[in-house]
Design a protein around this ligand. Sequence first.
Ligand code: ADP
Ligand code: ASP
Ligand code: MG
Length: 401
Amino acid sequence: MAIIVQKFGGSSVADAAKVNNVANRVVDTYRAGNSVVVVVSAQGDTTDDLIEKAHEINSSPSKREMDMLLASGEQISIALLAMAIEKIGCPVVSLTGWQAGFLTNSHAGNARIHKVDTERIMAELDQKKIVIVAGFQGLDKYDNITTLGRGGSDTSAVAIAAAIHADKCEIYTDVDGVYTADPRIVKSAKKLDEITYDEMLDLASLGANVLHNHSVEMAKKYGVKLEVKSSFEKIDGTIVKEAVSVEKMLIRGVARDNDVARIAIIGLEDKPGIAFKVFSLLASKNINVDVILQSIGREGKKDISFTVTKNNLNEALELLGAEKNALCYEDISHREDISKVSIVGAGMTNNPGVAAKMFEALYEAGINIHMISTSETKISVLVNVANAEKAVQAIHDKFLI
Ligand code: ADP
Ligand code: ASP
Ligand code: MG
């Protein structure tokens, strides 16, 4: 008998027929003699619809009340799935994130899990029940409901798997595995049998939303065996693990992230401490900064450009605007119509020419690059959002066909 955690995403539970399909799959696993904990997301576009509802009332609601609202989506799914399993005739209980023992920090809208108190889950499993847990949600130390960031149900599933020492964590979704690029953009993308935690973490962090990046981080940290597979077809998916046996490819995949905004601060003083001032100001408000470009100094002045996520843009602009005199810059500009396109792979380490090949693909496709950022295992470029899918396709064709 094994302990198995299964997570089903929003599209897998989007309507009654799909909830019944999930119920049948879960019951099959249970009747095969396993202990099963199931994590579910909100149905279909529920989370987006709730965000829209909030904005009809208040264009900038507090993060606390947003979390209160968004957590309700997952609560609907757990009850419906439990009812579907009851109908089949299996013992089942649904638990919200807090009933399941999820304790998080207080970072509303993007909370990190501190701990999963497993007492309740284990007690229910001991009673031979199938346990259904609401993904994406927890409780902070002041008893406020928190959510884990968009796509966070994957992380809920991995956290439970780690806490109860599950034998496996299966992430069921609307594609049948992890591909070399989003199969909805690149028709010739290839399914990977296996991928390392590190490569998957890079892909997820760079926009491949098939897995939430924190879920991969946590799976690596606790050695959770992870498989991404289809909710609808019964075929093998992609295993995410420490080391893979497949041949080392130059790159493992291409990712795209449209949740990017670029801020340019023009005419800063070209002297020590300026970058420190700008970025410590943003860090003090937990604003994460990504690709950074600093111009060469000219007549004692320099420019600094960097990217933030779209939901941090206004706060970053307000902060920098309020400190204009202290930071001593001439002007500030921003744009949101950009996208970050990246390649990922351990195989590019010590392999000169990978960047040139990527830029050649973009040149041949007639796509201009705004900013570049590189590390040993990944290269990202910023391009106009209108060119992003074409860029992914061109780069994928260059390396992976
Ligand atoms: P769920 O609701 O099940 O959590 P998501 O929409 O969050 O599903 O993630 C699945 C989606 O991830 C797929 O429909 C696919 O479009 C997208 N995706 C992006 N990059 C990749 C990739 N490299 N491999 C597979 N799917 C990807
Ligand atoms: N329902 C949440 C979202 O749409 C969490 C998830 O799906 O993982 O982001
Ligand atoms: Mg998801």
